[in-house]
Design a protein around this ligand. Sequence first.
Ligand SMILES: [Zn+2]
Length: 476
Amino acid sequence: MAEKGITVKKNENFSEWYTQVIQKAELADYTGVSGCIVFRPYYYAVWEKIMDLVNARIKKYSVKNAYFPLFIPESLLIKEEEHVEGFAPEVAWVTHAGKTKLNEKLAIRPTSEAIMYDSFSKWIRSWRDLPLKINQWSNVVRWEFKHPVPFLRTREFLFNEGHTVFATEKESLKEQDWVIEMYRYICEDYLGIYSMIGRKTEKEKFAGAVFSVSLEHFMPNGKAIQGPIFHHDGQKFAKAYDVTFLNKNEKKEYAWQNTWAISSRMLGVLIYSHGDDKGLVLPPKVAPNKCVLVPILIKGKEKNVLKKCKDLNRNLKKFDCIFDDSDYSAGWKFNQWEMKGVPVRIEVGPKDVEKKQVVLVRRDTGEKLFVKESEMVKKIEELLLDIQNNLYKRSKKMALDNMVDVKDTKELKKAIKDKKLAKAFWCGDQGCEEMMKDQTGGAKILNMPLNQPKKFGKCVYCGKDGKHLAYIAKSY
Ligand SMILES: [Zn+2]
């Protein structure tokens, strides 16, 4: 266990704070390979929760899990031009087996379209085989050259890859609704993170997609992070990988496809969103342990307190409560479990035993409550609900408080300099999009909200008629 708590303040040195939280709260660890991290058990449990939520939801929509190989032959990967162009600089290749050079080099999947659609083209014969809905849980490798940040920018990360195939465009477009709602519900209702849902620009969309719809999250340090995403591929991949079917008139048609994903990046967004100077703050719904029970041991009176704690602990199983009866001091334990983000702490000392009460402490606000033993379970349930709601409310408020409407380049530059999230009209011209990035030192259009206004103002860059309302910020 770590010796000391977090020694820097979140708003003073964000990146050092993040590094300390990850290591001291035992969420992840670095390895000998730059950009490749260990997901430690305590935090991997949060990823498992996300997997459970996705698995439960996709089953409702008849999506089946499967597994495809890690290696993709070069000849397969290069079939869809835009796709390969988008990924080429980041692909890691296997060229040798032992000392023998391979006949064809193998890509370590940066994503699985190529290998999956090669199979799909064999599996799908007629309209009867559609829709085909496959998901896989996988690790992918994208050899980033930017400075790696655990969870947020790593060379290897984990995600779900939903890959679906339909007979008609209409059906494929309809899928967007439930997929985006699934991701919204995971991000907002479980992770407590406010999400801005919108369409990516042509420049920022997924390589090979017709369009992409993303959830974007604004962080307290003024930067946004892209969360889960849905891509509509149209027939682009179908044409590249020959995913065809015979329609009811026995005529060959190309299929319509979608891809969608949530990645382990969200584990980083979670730390950024809710963490404070004491460390991680976990929303109760995804916390592996919803409470921790700490006996306050005073010499000569240990026995009663420990006995009481053991009794109480029997009623705390459903919260996966940690009973910390280790020989560390109570103060040390408080710091430790606060650092790990456990939502509620239960303290029991000799006086509490006498008064038949317990002390409950909320991780999100630090508020202390004295509660009768008999009401402990009910009160914890209430607190967990309240903490869950409070974290989401805070996340939403932070994003909305930082949103500013900007009308021209001057205002945009100021907003970005002040670490705000700019909302602006844009004419749709890629030149303007690039100039915005240039003028602001790297801020980009995150996405364009799905609910667009009826009237548009002038483009923030060129002053011509706007066609889209866009969110603009610096982004990871
Ligand atoms: Zn413009």
